[in-house]
Design a protein around this ligand. Structure first.
Ligand code: PMP
Length: 398
């Protein structure tokens, strides 16, 4: 019956992880992954999350189905976090929000919703982007194209190229934008560039779909949501896929949110209904445990303050690792251009190292990066910086 089923080629990052696990070298370093690790090389259990779990464990909780749209208190918190507004404020009332299975679930439900109501649209993602953008929107039935984004020369955004491409798109096409901490390059738009982009999006009648998987990992919770809030304030209809996987270190509980900012509250009510209809057809309703943890933390002023402090510490640590790696590389190779390590945001940087050097790093030094040259700085410890810098200098100068 299943003879014709083709073997799954696997995910290149996961395959690399398996290779890393089987590598017997003691001093190996895995910088190919997409999670934040602490100085002990573990995914942290945030104190605020642990405290919320303790509270939940001490009270009796049955496990009912959640509504299709998810927990009302979770949804309210998610909207406030992304848009910075509370229920009753004009902007809040025109945003339809549902709880989703991580950021991936938000992209999927958003993709199915868009395919149902904008069947002619094409989806445009940055070149490069998180691989699964293509998978999810392609899976929802869209043709997926790319717009220029990253410049290998400047290690920054090719903003002119990006704008020119977007200016040429037909009205109603969907443009996927990383709100902060671009994955995989770490290169983000400046505030002025967001303003300029908003103008083009508005003039061309494009539909932005923001992906914010790293809120709080760039400059801060509010700062990282700047573009979304600015676009929404300009009255631009938009979608947002939010994720708590990284900023609550709650990867496996699948906590995310999908928001659709509409023209008015009437449109938002209709869209909210259709989002529920999309959910019903995929997984019926979202899981409860992670949502309880998030609501417990964000409902309580003390736990919320603790969470924000812990999130700040994670962000500061990533910036310190970036600064330290930059300083060591600059000291050892004064002519090299490593400024990008300090300027880029979030967990990742594009090193720009050619694939032969990436392979040498792995084979000769046990330093694992994915072959695109993306490095996960959030997986590097302060002890690990020197050996990684030395290995990079060796492969660059050999
Ligand atoms: N968008 C981007 C840009 C990501 O990097 C990721 C996670 N790696 C996601 C979405 C998915 O997030 P989640 O794990 O919450 O599904």
């Amino acid at each position: 019956m299943f003879q014709h089923v083709e073997a799954f080629a696997g995910d290149p990052i996961l395959t690399l992880n398996e290779q890393f696990a089987a590598d017997p070298r003691q001093d190996k370093v895995n910088l190919s992954i997409g999670v934040y690790l602490n100085e002990q090389q573990r995914i942290p259990l945030m104190g605020a999350v642990a405290a919320a779990e303790e509270r939940l464990a001490q009270s009796f909780h049955p496990h009912p189905y959640l509504p299709m749209a998810g927990s009302p208190s979770y949804r309210e918190h998610a909207r406030r976090l992304v848009f910075g507004v509370q229920a009753g404020e004009p902007l809040a009332d025109r945003v339809a929000t549902i709880q989703t299975l991580g950021g991936s679930g938000a992209l999927k439900v958003g993709g199915d919703f868009l395919k149902a109501w904008f069947p002619q649209a094409k989806v445009w993602v940055s070149d490069p982007t998180w691989d699964n953008h293509k998978g999810i929107f392609g899976g929802a039935g869209f043709e997926v194209g790319t717009y220029p984004y990253y410049s290998r020369e400047t290690h920054g955004v090719n903003f002119d190229g990006m704008l020119a491409a977007l200016r040429a798109l037909p009205a109603g096409d969907v443009v996927v934008l990383h709100a902060c901490c671009h994955n995989p390059t770490g290169a983000d738009l400046s505030l002025q560039q967001w303003h300029d982009l908003a103008k083009v999006v508005q003039e061309r009648g494009l539909l932005p779909f923001f992906d914010i998987a790293y809120q709080g990992f760039g400059e801060g919770i509010n700062e990282d949501a700047y573009a979304i809030r600015y676009f929404a304030q300009q009255g631009i209809p938009l979608l947002v896929a939010g994720s708590y996987s990284k900023n609550f270190a709650i990867y496996g509980e699948r906590c995310g949110s999908l928001h659709v900012a509409c023209k008015d509250a009437d449109d938002a009510a209709k869209v909210f209904g259709q989002l529920q209809s999309a959910v019903r057809k995929i997984y019926s309703n979202p899981p409860g445990y992670g949502a309880r943890i998030i609501s417990t933390v964000l409902d309580d002023a003390q736990l919320r303050a603790q969470w924000e402090e812990e999130l700040t510490a994670m962000r500061v640590r990533m910036k310190q690792i970036r600064a330290e790696l930059y300083a060591q590389l600059k000291a050892k190779l004064p002519g090299g251009d490593f400024e990008y390590l300090r300027v880029q945001q979030g967990m990742f940087s594009y090193t720009g190292l050619p694939v032969e050097q990436i392979r040498k790093l792995r084979n000769e030094h046990g330093v694992y990066l994915i072959e695109s040259g993306r490095m996960c700085l959030a997986a590097l410890t302060s002890v690990g910086v020197t050996p990684v810098a030395n290995a990079m200098v060796k492969v660059i100068t050999e």
